[in-house]
Design a protein around this ligand. Structure first.
Ligand code: PAF
Length: 270
């Protein structure tokens, strides 16, 4: 991988990198297409990273569709796919020792201890091997994007981190590899997550954050099958929870919802 890319760099070609855990869908393809527009070569990785899963069952059940993935990547003009083994990426058990302060304490960080350490470790290893000019991440994982930007700042890699808009199904559900685990009934009900976040962004005009939270959680949980693990209104840069609306700050509503077999996250600007 290094040799091939070194040659490309010597020829003056720019490299765009799209890391994934496979089970690819049109959301991933929008990252590939953007990388394609902005770089000479596009490299993607497919690696289900064990160190970012707290729960062994979640890791085991994570969808794996390699043949369909390669086909999709080929169709969308991805130039190279990197699919290392766990032993290659983790020759020892060591994880990156980085501190992300409050960024890693809230939301996903609070409910999935160690998750961001695993993400930062694997992404930094990919960055070292591939040394792209730009790397592309979806905004659906809003907190992950913030952590990767911070990691990138601390490591001074010089790589440009590009955050890309969340791709949605026609009914509004954020595209995710985990949607495959929704039952028929849950899939039908799932757009309530995005729709109620949109409602929250309207309610900010008349209600305080705690009141909006209460209303939204009630709407989502009234459907029976869903449990809201968290709904947070945060400052988009620091991810610090907001207890009073700030008229000029960039604010975000972030949510995690538990269904019978999986867990979905989403977020919108407020
Ligand atoms: O967002 C993902 O799919 C993963 O967290 C990533 C960035 C590929 C690291 O394993």
């Amino acid at each position: 991988m290094r040799e091939y890319l070194e040659r490309a760099k010597l020829m003056g070609l720019s490299i765009g990198f799209v890391p994934t855990m496979g089970a690819l869908h049109p959301g991933h393809m929008s990252l590939i297409e953007r990388a394609k527009r902005e770089n000479d070569l596009v490299v993607s990785s497919i690696f289900v990273n064990p160190t970012q899963f707290g729960d062994a069952k979640d890791l085991l059940n994570y969808p794996r569709t390699p043949d369909a993935d390669y086909e999709l990547l080929k169709q969308h003009g991805c130039d190279m796919v990197f699919t290392p083994s766990v032993a290659e990426m983790y020759p020892d058990q060591s994880l990156i020792e980085m501190k992300f302060g409050d960024l890693e304490k809230v939301m996903e960080g609070a409910y999935r201890p160690g998750h961001f350490k695993g993400v930062a470790t694997i992404v930094s290893r990919f960055f070292e091997i591939i040394r792209p000019n730009r790397a592309y991440f979806g905004q659906k994982d809003f907190q992950q994007l913030a952590i990767i930007k911070e990691m990138n700042e601390q490591l001074k890699t010089g790589i440009e981190i590009v955050g890309c808009a969340t791709m949605r199904e026609p009914d509004g559900l954020a595209m995710s590899s985990r949607n495959i685990h929704l039952s028929f009934e849950e899939r039908k009900a799932a757009p309530v997550i995005y729709n109620s976040l949109l409602l929250a962004s309207e309610l900010v005009r008349i209600n305080e954050p705690e009141e909006v939270k209460h209303t939204i959680i009630k709407i989502i949980e009234a459907l029976g099958g869903f449990k809201v693990q968290y709904l947070e209104f945060v400052d988009s840069l620091t991810l610090k929870p907001i207890t009073k609306w700030q008229s000029h700050a960039d604010q975000r509503a972030c949510i995690a919802v538990i269904t019978s077999k999986t867990r979905l996250i989403d977020n919108v600007a407020i």
